[in-house]
Structures are given as structure tokens and as C-alpha cells.
Design a protein around this ligand. Structure first.
Ligand SMILES: Cc1cc2nc3c(=O)[nH]c(=O)nc-3n(C[C@H](O)[C@H](O)[C@H](O)COP(=O)(O)OP(=O)(O)OC[C@H]3O[C@@H](n4cnc5c(N)ncnc54)[C@H](O)[C@@H]3O)c2cc1C
Length: 261
């Protein structure tokens, strides 16, 4: 079985984000970049398929040239190979543009299952997995909190607000997983060392046959018109309990004013 895990380089979730006032996009080089934490759950699921069913796992990243440490980080979990798609023309792509590049990269590969994270921690559109499935005309099972691969069939427990549905389809298929699916392991020292020499294929848009006009900021169907800095934190309101019940009333008034009740 061949599995591909698309992963994204994102700004450190805990770091302060900066917007570039010139093109009104996130300044992705302003802080430390990391492997999207949601993708660790997709990687863990792939590693389990490798351990249980001998799956061969490839990681796929669409991102700038300097994203290579993130590719190696993904490989350090014990994955077999990596593909990095990098091209200046991809910069400024919206979710559809990104999905077009990922779909073309997948088209050139043999795979049974593609395991996405359900979202990224920076843009969080949750659009890419379904868009890729649509572009490749493949079945997609998104928001999986449990996955089982049995022969040519994949079963997913698909999470929604009231619980989950059990859904299944035949391979090849696209799935996306939520963070409840597993507990990702840490890479081992052996894995970190081995990641340095795992095969990495770097492709451009021309290599994949992607029309540069279909990606990048000019092709983006989403436009950022305005953004504002987050206002500084205000001091909180302290309600002291003097035992008279006035504190409870004050708290209730405060919650009503803030529309919590
Ligand atoms: C006008 C505009 C300009 C933008 N410019 C840029 C830019 O210059 N650079 C930039 O990085 N983003 C840019 N973005 C954000 C970009 O559109 C999204 O980050 C990107 O399309 C993916 O969407 P998402 O992160 O919401 O993915 P989601 O759908 O939330 O992610 C789901 C999953 O898809 C996979 N995935 C997502 N992105 C990638 C990737 N790049 N490679 C491999 N797998 C991936 C991961 O498995 C992820 O967990 C821009 C957005 C807009 C609207």
C-alpha cells in the first residue's frame, strides 16, 4: 500500500503573527516556521499503517525552498521519501491554487491513500483536502477521528457536531484527520538521523505541468481587503465576594453585558 501525507510549513502557532502591509498577506518569514501540528496526527496515522500493513509513506510539501527542514522533520517520524514542490509563482496562492498544485503532484504518483490534516494552523480554511479530491475525481472522507484500512476499503469515523458517522469507500481515496484520531509519537533519534538521507524529489510547476497562471496571487479567488492589529489586552474586571450576594449580581450583570448569558 502506498500512502502520501501532504504537510504544510506554518508560522509557529505560539509565536506572534505579522501581516505584510504591502500585499496584506501573512509574513511567513517573520517568525519561526514549523511543521503544521495538525499534520503530526496524519503522519502518526500513516506510520501506524506502515507498522501494521507495511505501507510505503511519502510526504508532500508545497512551499518555499527554505521549507526543506520541515520536510526532513516530517521524514524523521520514519517516513520513506519526500516530494517538495517549490516555485516562486506559487507564492500568494489561495486554497484552490494550493489544491491545484497538490493535485498535480499527486497525479504523477502511485498511491492508495492520501492522508491530510483536516486544517492548517495558519489559514485554517479546511478546504484543501476536499478540493484535491474534487480535482482528482476521487472519493474523500474528511474529518476522520478513526481510520481503518482493510484490503481495498477505507472506513472512517467522520466527526461532526453531534458525534460521528461511520463512512467507507474504496481505494484510492483522500482522507483528512482531526486531532482526536491518535496521540502522535515523538521522532526517535534514529529517525532524525535517517531523515537526513531519505530520498527527496524537488519539483517546479513546469516539472508537474502546472500552468503558472492557475496559481499564485493573480489566480487567487480570495482577496484580503483589510486587516487590523489585535488590540492590546485590557485589564480584567475583579469581582470581590463580600458574602452579601452583591458579587453574584455583579458577575451576572457583567456576563449579561458581555452577552455570555
Ligand atoms: C490572497 C491570499 C494569499 C495567500 N498567500 C499565501 C502565500 O503567499 N503563502 C502561503 O503559504 N499561503 C498563502 N495564503 C494562504 C493559503 O491560501 C493557504 O494557506 C493554503 O491555500 C492552504 O489553505 P489552508 O492552510 O487553509 O489549508 P487547509 O485546507 O486548512 O489545510 C488542510 C490540510 O491540507 C494540507 N495542506 C495545506 N497546505 C498545504 C501545502 N502548502 N503543502 C502541503 N499540504 C498542504 C495539510 O495536510 C493541511 O493539514 C494566501 C491566502 C490568500 C487568501
Amino acid at each position: 500500500m502506498k500512502v502520501i501525507v501532504p504537510v504544510k510549513r506554518v508560522p509557529d502557532t505560539a509565536g506572534e503573527k505579522k501581516m505584510d502591509p504591502n500585499d496584506r498577506t501573512l509574513d511567513r518569514d517573520a517568525g519561526e516556521a514549523v511543521l503544521c501540528p495538525v499534520n503530526e496526527f496524519a503522519i502518526e496515522e500513516a506510520v501506524r499503517l506502515k507498522e501494521q500493513q507495511g505501507a510505503e509513506v511519502t510526504v508532500l510539501l508545497v512551499g518555499p525552498e527554505n521549507a526543506q527542514p520541515i520536510v526532513r522533520k516530517a521524514l524523521s517520524y520514519g517516513l520513506d521519501a519526500a516530494i517538495q514542490v517549490t516555485d516562486d509563482a506559487i507564492s500568494g496562492s489561495d486554497a484552490l491554487g494550493t489544491a491545484r498544485v497538490i493535485a498535480k503532484a499527486l497525479e504523477g504518483q502511485e498511491f492508495d491513500l492520501v492522508i491530510f490534516g483536516n486544517q492548517s494552523t495558519d489559514a485554517r480554511t479546511c478546504l484543501v483536502p476536499a478540493a484535491v479530491a474534487e480535482l482528482l475525481n476521487l472519493p474523500s472522507l474528511t474529518y476522520a477521528r478513526h481510520l481503518e484500512v482493510d484490503g481495498d476499503k477505507v472506513v472512517a469515523h467522520r466527526e461532526h457536531e453531534e458525534g460521528w458517522d461511520v463512512v467507507e469507500t474504496t481505494l484510492p481515496a483522500i482522507v483528512s484527520v482531526v486531532e482526536a484520531i491518535n496521540e502522535p509519537r515523538y521522532p526517535s533519534f534514529k529517525g532524525i538521523m535517517a531523515a537526513k538521507s531519505k530520498p527527496l524529489t524537488v519539483s517546479s510547476l513546469a516539472d508537474l505541468g502546472v500552468d503558472p497562471e492557475q496559481v499564485g496571487s493573480n489566480a487567487a479567488t480570495a482577496t484580503m481587503y483589510e486587516f487590523a492589529e489585535r488590540p492590546p489586552k485590557e485589564a480584567g474586571t475583579v469581582v470581590e465576594d463580600d458574602g452579601s450576594g452583591a458579587a453574584a449580581a455583579a458577575l451576572a450583570d457583567w456576563m449579561a453585558e458581555k452577552k455570555f448569558v
